[in-house]
Design a protein around this ligand. Structure first.
Ligand code: HGY
Ligand code: MN
Ligand code: MN
Length: 412
């Protein structure tokens, strides 16, 4: 199939989405249901309609843009990713998979492909944990891993409920209708930047993902005793920040203690109260991200963190409460979908490497309800979640070509 990928159209779409940011350049911030997110959604709805796709949005704002196939009652083949972006980050994380899937469908339509199975672009709501503290919110709910009651219990950092915010964004369909049945899709393929250095180091244009790492997130709440920084002597202080500082170092030790390079742990956020130079921190909250490509060592690292919290807080007479936000199993990609992607690389004469994803993606949850795999493209220096995140237009076009060929084969 002699497909042409319109690199200029991809660049224009990426530029338009990057211009939808809650913060000024450099970097992009696009928090779910915020003004920039809604502008980016409106832009993409227009592009999908222009491409002749039929649009549907569920109660969370997951967007489905469908190209009906010759046998529309068959389970469809889907592709997509997310458009939300963590604060001051890059313009390619997630958006490459959304814009890339849209261009893959446009390219297939241009070349006269007639899919037997419908082809559907998915834009998942809130893949990033920024607003509600849990990653993959939209795909988690589609996979039934978050039920309506759990969704309704979610609040953002200002105490606003998910229900309130989704309604204000215009998404009012019942949450009870979000979860998708097993078999809704025959296959799901996500195109994404690698967010790591392997492909660039190996000089390869394509990664074919066979497994996705197991992410976990903890929130550790610490309650010490505040007081006047000058008047309260050092002995007997119950400084919540210092307990938090020891715990953050224990988080690093927990990852190193498994002896596996695949175990990673990060204290990405540490907030303290009252936050004045001349007041002893009375309270602190740590948000901790722990991962491994296997669940068992990840869980060992979690156990070390739990014991470190108990030890530090016992010694410093600081009260604590640990909230486990999520501890997801890893996902294994479907061998047949992996083979189809490899077939597309071969057809295009593109070298590839089969690999594991250390980042999590919406595919982690789509793999629970349908055969799923991912296509990676290199990103400069392996950098992501930073303003200087970058992939070359040619790298993106190659990934989109592989995606288009794979979707054509899967929907035939
Ligand atoms: O954190 C992740 O792995 C993803 O980029 N949200
Ligand atoms: Mn991300
Ligand atoms: Mn992503």
């Amino acid at each position: 199939m002699n497909l042409t990928i319109d690199a200029a159209a991809i660049a224009a779409d990426l530029d338009a989405i990057a211009a939808c940011s809650d913060t000024p350049p450099p970097g992009v911030t696009r928090v779910v249901y915020g003004e920039a997110d809604l502008r980016a959604r409106a832009y993409l709805r227009a592009r999908c309609a222009e491409a002749g796709l039929l649009l549907r949005e569920d109660g969370l704002g997951n967007l489905f843009a469908r190209w009906p196939g010759a046998e529309p009652d068959l389970p469809a083949v889907a592709s997509g990713s997310h458009i939300d972006a963590i604060p001051h980050s890059g313009r390619f994380d997630g958006t490459v998979g959304v814009v890339g899937a849209l261009e893959a469908l446009r390219a297939l339509r241009r070349v006269g492909h007639v899919p037997r199975r419908s082809l559907e672009l998915l834009i998942f709501t809130s893949e990033e944990p920024t607003r509600f503290g849990v990653g993959c919110l939209g795909s988690r709910a589609l996979a039934g891993a978050l039920n309506p009651a759990q969704l309704r219990a979610l609040r953002d950092g200002e105490g606003r409920t998910l229900d309130e915010l989704r309604a204000a964004a215009g998404f009012t369909a019942p949450l009870e209708q979000v979860a998708l049945a097993q078999g809704t899709y025959a296959a799901f393929v996500e195109l994404h930047i690698e967010q790591g250095p392997l492909l660039e180091t190996e000089g390869l244009p394509i990664g074919v993902v066979r497994a996705i790492a197991a992410p976990a997130a903890l929130r550790v709440h610490l309650q010490g005793e505040g007081g006047h920084a000058g008047a309260v002597l050092m002995l007997g202080r119950r400084d919540a920040l210092l307990a938090g500082a020891e715990i953050a170092l224990a988080v690093e030790r927990a990852a190193l203690s498994t002896g596996r390079p695949d175990t990673v742990a990060t204290t990405g956020r540490l907030t303290i109260t009252p936050g004045a130079i001349n007041a002893i921190p009375s309270a602190a909250t740590l948000e901790i991200d722990v991962r491994d490509v296997a669940a068992e060592p990840r869980d060992r690292a979690l156990a070390s963190i739990y014991s470190a919290v108990a030890e530090v807080c016992g010694r410093r007479h600081v009260a604590y409460q640990i909230e486990e936000v999520n501890a997801d199993p890893p996902a294994t990609c479907d061998p047949e979908v992996v083979a189809t992607i490899i077939g597309a690389c071969t057809e295009l004469g593109l070298p590839y490497q089969v690999m594991v994803s250390r980042a999590y993606h919406d595919s982690l949850f789509m793999a629970r309800i349908c055969p799923t795999a991912m296509i990676f493209i290199p990103c400069r220096g392996g950098v992501s979640h930073r303003p200087d995140e970058y992939s070359e237009p040619e790298q993106i076009s190659q990934g989109v070509a592989v995606l288009a060929h794979a979707l054509a084969a899967l929907s035939a």
